[in-house]
Design a binder for this molecule. Structure first.
Ligand SMILES: Cc1cc2nc3c(=O)[nH]c(=O)nc-3n(C[C@H](O)[C@H](O)[C@H](O)COP(=O)(O)OP(=O)(O)OC[C@H]3O[C@@H](n4cnc5c(N)ncnc54)[C@H](O)[C@@H]3O)c2cc1C
Length: 283
């Protein structure tokens, strides 16, 4: 917090309305604090007020209306340790959460902070994309629920000038759904240089539905709709996985940056897509 030299006031509001009022009245000079990791590592000098959400009871993971509802201040560790997540999609979501960053960082990073920050290298964003998650925003009075695709399609930073992320909703999928995700890192605690998440519905070995997302590409995560269409209606086989690698390499929208060339990222996206599909055959 020493880096936050211009912070003059810290608030711990008792209600969402109070939190939103402070945010709105600050005209861009206040920041909501989730885990505070991003705010402290990348301090913004114009921030004069910090709004802590600790008294708003957003630290829950519960089941309601066939959904898992995750409060915004839940950390990656909280989520990984939740019994609901342990039993969700055969434990595959729990598995990938345990691979994100380091234990210390997972203890701090919140789900709300990850969604609101919108980092291109986030693992949480492609995870929520593939699971077709919904983001709940509050303006203090009413809730607005947006499919993650729509949240990022809108100018989400503009939205967050007057609203707070309060919850992420993940649909509970039946046993015909299979999920897998892989992240490419240079070492265990590194940020990902690419991540791929895949959710498929398989009935009698036929892929009936698919949801695919890629992140750290190096832009913000996106749904690979062409890939989803390619898989739908096909029989899940080793040959399909090979074809899917080729299709992904040709059609995926990834670029290059200082860390990884476009060619290598494309190849990696293909290999990871194939390997996830092969793993999902064995479920
Ligand atoms: C060293 C390092 C390594 C990392 N490695 C990974 C990684 O491997 N994988 C990964 O997925 N991410 C990684 N991250 C990114 C991290 O997930 C993001 O920085 C994330 O935003 C931190 O979460 P937080 O809860 O600490 O956010 P905060 O710092 O609290 O907030 C981030 C931003 O979101 C806003 N905000 C927070 N909560 C809300 C809310 N409820 N409503 C509205 N706005 C809100 C804040 O005002 C701020 O602008 C890493 C970050 C660092 C610094």
């Amino acid at each position: 917090m020493l880096k936050l030299k211009n912070v003059r006031q810290c608030f711990m509001p008792d209600s969402l309305q109070e939190a939103v009022d402070i945010l709105r009245d600050s005209q861009g000079k206040a920041a909501i604090v989730g885990g505070g990791l991003d705010i402290t590592v990348f301090p913004r000098p114009y921030i004069e007020k910090l709004i802590f959400l600790d008294k708003l009871h957003l630290n829950y993971i519960k089941e309601k209306n066939s959904e898992i509802r995750v409060g915004a201040t839940v950390t990656i560790t909280d989520m990984e340790r939740s019994l609901l997540i342990k039993n969700y999609l055969r434990g595959r979501v729990k598995e990938i959460l345990g691979e994100v960053a380091s234990q210390l960082l997972r203890n701090q990073i919140t789900i709300g902070g990850s969604i609101a920050r919108g980092h291109p290298y986030s693992d949480i964003i492609p995870l929520v994309y593939a699971l077709r998650g919904r983001i709940v925003l509050s303006d203090g009075k009413d809730d607005e629920e947006l499919l993650i695709d729509d949240f990022y399609r809108e100018n989400f930073r503009e939205l967050l000038k007057n609203k707070i992320v309060t919850e992420i909703r993940l649909k509970k999928y039946d046993d015909s759904y299979r999920f897998g995700m892989k992240r490419f890192v240079r070492n265990a605690t590194d940020i990902p240089l690419l991540n791929v998440a895949l959710l498929i519905k398989v009935e009698k070995n036929i892929i009936k539905d698919a949801s695919i997302s890629l992140g750290s590409r190096p832009g913000i995560a996106y749904r690979f709709i062409k890939g989803e269409e390619f898989l739908k209606g096909k029989k899940i086989t080793k040959e399909l996985a090979e074809d899917f690698q080729e299709f992904t390499e040709e059609n995926v929208d990834v670029g290059g940056d200082a860390r990884l060339s476009k060619t290598y990222r494309k190849h990696l996206a293909g290999v990871y897509s194939k390997n996830i599909l092969l793993n999902l055959m064995e479920v």
